[in-house]
Design a protein around this ligand. Sequence first.
Ligand code: ADP
Ligand code: ASP
Ligand code: MG
Length: 420
Amino acid sequence: MPLLVMKFGGTSVADLARIKNAAEKVKREVERGYDVIVIVSAMSGKTNELVGWVEQTSPLFDAREYDAVVASGENVTAGLMALTLQEMDVPARSWQGWQVPINTTSAHSAARFVSIPRTNIDTKFAEGMKVAVVAGFQGLSPEGRITTLGRGGSDTTAVAFAAAFEAERCDIYTDVDGIYTTDPRISSKARKLDKIAFEEMLELASLGAKVLQTRSVELAMRYNVRLRVLSSFEDTDENSGTLVCAEEDIMESKVVSGVAYSRDEAKITLFTIEDRPGIASAIFGTLAEAGVNVDMIVQNISEKDYDEAFPGSVTDMTFSLPTNQVARAKKAIDDAYAKGLLKYEELIIDEDVAKVSVVGIGMRSHAGVAARMFEALSKEGINIKVIATSEIKISVLIDRKYMELAVQALHDAFELEKAA
Ligand code: ADP
Ligand code: ASP
Ligand code: MG
């Protein structure tokens, strides 16, 4: 029997009527002859609420208990989806992560898949079940505890199941009808793409385009999963949405194909640190041990004998991180300072920054993209605080209040509204 994976995100299962709407889409595929694995998210807003409860209860929470709480939203929708399908005479059964079992690493709140044994679900399909509904976002650690995969992780559950069960396709149903040149909520000029290359989607996702979780794109690329994003609120057929595919399957590639943003960024600067071998390793080793995800890093040029407190040369170090990790980072740095492992004169935290990035495979062979980007930002009077580049992306950190303006200015500067 051919098999499809269909994933429904939070807004697509936000209430009972929407679960019914999603179930109707599933039933249609069953009627076309597919066995279906449905992956569900929690109802929209639910995971945020659960995270809020954890943070209120314990600001520097135990990650194992965080996972125990935040994984629960998906359990509810999985059961409700199975019941809804049963009411429509579709033989369906739900699975929580541990029941499959979805084996992951024990990196709580950022776990990775280790294995997804097929036996339990295949046995039920063989007995006549048509739809397996699996709770997204969660798994089971080697220690037998519940894990979660990081925010947006149900996308990754869907792709992992598509790979494990050799699905014909992995359809990600969401509240937009595909992948756009930028977030359609930020720019009315955003244009829907018919296809996007894995590498580009990978960059867009890792730079903040939350339409797909980064890891889901990585897995799809590695296991060659046909991955599609489409609307759960519109009538859809096999040509709907956006296909994420290999670069060779795309006829034209623009220099820049998308603009991404990440709103909740912060910037920390350590002023006047010693400039000697091992200092970066001391700072970032401390942060890594505390589980802080550092993103961009800039070190100033050294200045000799700048400060009496530090004989020899000194420098400043700036790095960016998600705002919700600032407290953790500050505590780690303070602790290292108290133990004498780290010396600096001043620590400045700026929690009002955002990251805006342009992405495109065409950048590999075109010069001048950075110049065009910086010119577009300067025309709007937007100051750039930190710059980072890679082969197919350029990112800048700017004041958060200019984020929307920057996205729109870059979308215009690279003429993304024009059809391919
Ligand atoms: P779900 O709950 O279905 O997983 P998400 O909210 O995680 O949905 O992702 C869908 C959202 O991603 C859209 O509503 C849109 O605002 C946002 N988004 C950001 N960048 C893009 C983009 N380039 N194309 C489409 N949607 C995008
Ligand atoms: N419910 C989880 C979240 O909001 C996982 C997901 O929806 O993909 O992050
Ligand atoms: Mg999502």
